[in-house]
Ligand binder design. Structure first.
Ligand code: ATP
Length: 463
């Protein structure tokens, strides 16, 4: 059972300073969201966790930060200009616009995705299954037509076709076009991977479900280059690695599932694709796509650029184009998944039988915006010492200081934003230098020296 609806989560996140509607004072911009003081920390921590596990600590992989604007020919070669499109359909009665495949996905609560269906098959499915317009209830759609998702703009002062550039719709192509540079400068042998985190832009027909589908989003992608013939082993390896990563950062495993693409759904260049899906309040949705892409991307770039992108295998002394396995995930979708997994409302009964509720964001300490909150029991008596301790803690990890309201209220505030440890500074701190460390999840308290409290929290930040 979901503990919170999407609408409740959106208002909770706004209230607490995680996510605000974009351009709000001007009436907003559809589906644009801004990350507030807590949201930016949580988002950065998610990116850091991914970077750590997929790049820093993985001896097979290295990182890259490529430009968003790329030569137009990149997108011709990758097939995005020709065929990066979604099936657009209009309701003739109320003129609402939809993605035909998503109408089916929503209608079946994620059980059937329209991936890989032709326009004719999509049209037939809508008719046969009475998939009516979700806005007005009519079953009267226009023909399905292709809508290209690329955002186009101009580079330089003249707005003509020669100066057209596109905002990248994925970060992957920056990795492919740098394959040779990276392989040469790192002197890597196959297999090796290149990871990248960065913004991508897609002019989605129907963005929505809060930050699940937006036109501007961030991706964390790994392109893993391997010897042809070994790709299925690596595909299985990354498929599991991604799942384990999600569990390690606190995603609710009971809401995860793999969805292996059937042969007819696969892109023509892919010999295996799996989505890791999460059960959102509206049904299962793609969180992470893992695709075995054969040698398609590098072959395309070799043909279009005229540059040799082959790899000289030192073992066999032969040249070939490496195969690629790509795990690709959106930062915002991961953030949403983490939040749905962490949000909890707990009922507590006190000794005198009174029932109270507390909201707890059970974030993994590694992801929590603040790792600790330093709270003087009484501002007047303990404030000065608490500020000293706050400075000390903040040198080690992100800490917040709060001296307003009574201690109970301050604990609740920190519980709701996911701070795993509250440090109470009281008379004992002044007398003998110990602090009380309160655990967010169990509410249990222990007394430790400042030094030990820091060590204790640091030990919990590993994942
Ligand atoms: P969908 O079918 O949901 O449109 P996709 O199959 O087109 O997604 P990919 O091209 O495989 O998505 O992109 C890889 C990942 O990037 C997705 O699994 C998702 O996490 C993220 N992503 C893609 N499009 C968006 C978007 N519009 N908003 C937020 N995240 C996105």
């Amino acid at each position: 059972m979901q503990k919170i609806t999407l609408e409740e989560l959106v208002s909770f996140l706004k209230e607490q300073g995680f996510v605000f509607p974009g351009s709000e004072i001007y009436g907003g911009l559809a589906n644009a969201w801004d990350y507030g003081p807590l949201g930016v920390e949580l988002k950065n921590n998610i990116k850091q966790a991914w970077w750590k596990k997929f790049v820093k600590q993985n001896k097979l992989n290295v990182g890259l930060d490529a430009a968003i604007l790329m030569n137009k020919e990149v997108w011709v070669a990758s097939g995005h200009i020709g065929s990066f499109s979604d099936p657009l359909v209009d309701c003739k009665k109320c003129h609402s616009r939809f993605r035909a495949d998503k109408l089916i996905e929503d209608f079946t609560h994620g059980e059937i995705t329209g991936d890989g269906m032709s326009n004719e098959e999509l049209t037939q499915y809508l008719k046969d299954n009475n998939v009516v317009c979700p806005v007005c209830g009519a079953l009267d759609y226009t023909d399905i037509r292709k809508f290209n998702l690329m955002f186009k703009t101009f580079q330089g002062v003249v707005e003509d076709a020669k100066n057209e550039v596109y905002l990248r719709p994925e970060t992957a192509q920056g990795i492919f076009v740098n394959f040779k540079n990276i392989q040469r400068t790192t002197r890597r042998k196959l297999p090796f991977g290149v990871g990248q985190i960065g913004k991508s832009f897609r002019n989605e027909i129907t963005p929505g479900n809060f930050i699940f589908r937006t036109r501007e989003f961030e991706q964390m992608e790994l392109e893993f280059f391997c010897v042809p013939g070994t790709e299925m082993d690596w595909f299985k390896h990354w498929r599991k690695y991604c799942w384990d990563f999600l569990v390690s950062i606190g995603v609710d495993e009971s809401k995860l599932r793999y969805r292996d693409h059937e042969a007819k759904e696969l892109s023509f260049y892919s010999n295996a694709t799996t989505d890791i899906e999460f059960e959102f309040p509206w049904g299962f949705g793609e969180l992470w796509g893992i695709a075995s892409r054969t040698s398609y991307d590098l072959t395309q770039h070799q043909e279009h650029s005229g540059k040799d992108l082959t790899y000289l295998d030192p073992e066999t002394n032969t040249r070939y184009i490496p195969y690629v396995v790509e795990p690709s995930v959106g930062v915002e979708r991961m953030l949403l998944t983490v939040l749905f997994s962490a949000y909890d409302v707990e009922k507590n009964t006190s000794e005198d039988g009174k029932v109270s509720e507390r909201t707890v964001l059970r974030l993994s300490p590694a992801l929590a915006p603040y790792k600790a909150a330093v709270l003087p029991l009484i501002k007047k008596s303990h404030g000065e010492k608490a500020e000293e301790i706050f400075d000390e803690f903040n040198r080690h990890f992100s800490t917040v200081y709060d001296e307003t309201a009574n201690i109970g209220k301050r604990y609740r505030r920190q519980d709701a934003i996911g701070t795993p440890y509250c440090i109470c500074v009281d008379d004992n701190t002044i007398a003998n230098g110990t602090v009380t460390v309160r655990d967010r999840d169990t509410m249990e308290q222990q007394t430790l020296s400042v030094e030990d409290a820091i060590k204790f929290i640091e030990s919990k930040l590993e994942f």
